[in-house]
Ligand binder design. Sequence first.
Ligand SMILES: *Cc1c(COP(=O)(O)O)cnc(C)c1O
Length: 346
Amino acid sequence: MIDLRSDTVTKPTEEMRRAMYEAEVGDDVYSEDPSINALEEAAAEILGKENALFVTSGTQGNQVAILTHSVSGSEVIMEADSHIFMYEAAAASAFAGIQPRPLKGIRGSIQPEDLLQAIRSEDIHHPETSLVCLENTHNRAGGAVISAEDMAAIYKICRTNKIPVHLDGARLFNAAAASNLSVKTLSSHCDTVQICLSKGLGAPAGSILAGSASFIHKAKKWRKRLGGGLRQGGVLAAPGMIALKKMAHRLHDDHIKAAKLAQSLAEQPALFVENRVDTNIVLVNIGQTGFSTSRFLQLLKEEGVLAVAFGPQTIRFTTHYEISIKDIEQAIEKISKIVSAKVILH
Ligand SMILES: *Cc1c(COP(=O)(O)O)cnc(C)c1O
């Protein structure tokens, strides 16, 4: 199977599995797991923050951040197509009791003028704006990179208004690779950042939440409340360390593969590539083929290619380290076959 559903399907490398076996461990609730401590220290350094916290997932990292930054009854500004708004089962409302304030961005990037309009003034009728969340790369915008300039503009407004900024950087390393910047440069334009070790970086599980020492101290209690206090979690931190140190440099390859896929599919008259492919995600509109997305995905599966539905006429393909250029060539061939079979039927 050529699995292009997501970069989350990546399995741990042999080196990661060995590291899991050999990991030094302790009880992390007592902060005694050497592998978790080492990972948190390394991640804080790479992200340019005082401290970091190993969390079980990206969702948990984002939710711990929202819980730590915000009080119940406040308003959190987020992009209207962001993961936190779309795909975290309203956890921020359920747990933090916040009111989400979605703003439609351009390619996932919240516009400064819209943010200025949305920040609440002091008024008995208004909730207080407690947090702004950004997402880089932006998943629903097709892995779009939010530029350092755009992030800086938002951060400046937020600092002026004394509102913290949380960055959902599930794929921040992809953003950094695509813009030839360090992750530290990008994460300098936010107060707290969440990165996923388990997507393109290939770790079996886990994310990092980074921020100031006082923020992480409070966040640790929220992580515990959410059941994220691990015991001998070093078996997960050890492969996470390899993800952090050894997998980021190769993300550019995934971007080349996605660009190749996009370029070939764009040449097919019945297909339309919806996004500018900045990173490892390609959004393909199949409306003109006459197939429903579910039927198209089923035919693809029969041909040995997996992808996911991403809208009524949209299919998402995501590249990752287990996908070779040869797999991409095969996927292109299979997709072309399905599209042309339909054209003949017409
Ligand atoms: C995957 C993802 C998350 C959540 O990560 P999980 O580990 O799946 O909980 C959050 N934000 C974005 C942008 C993502 O792509």
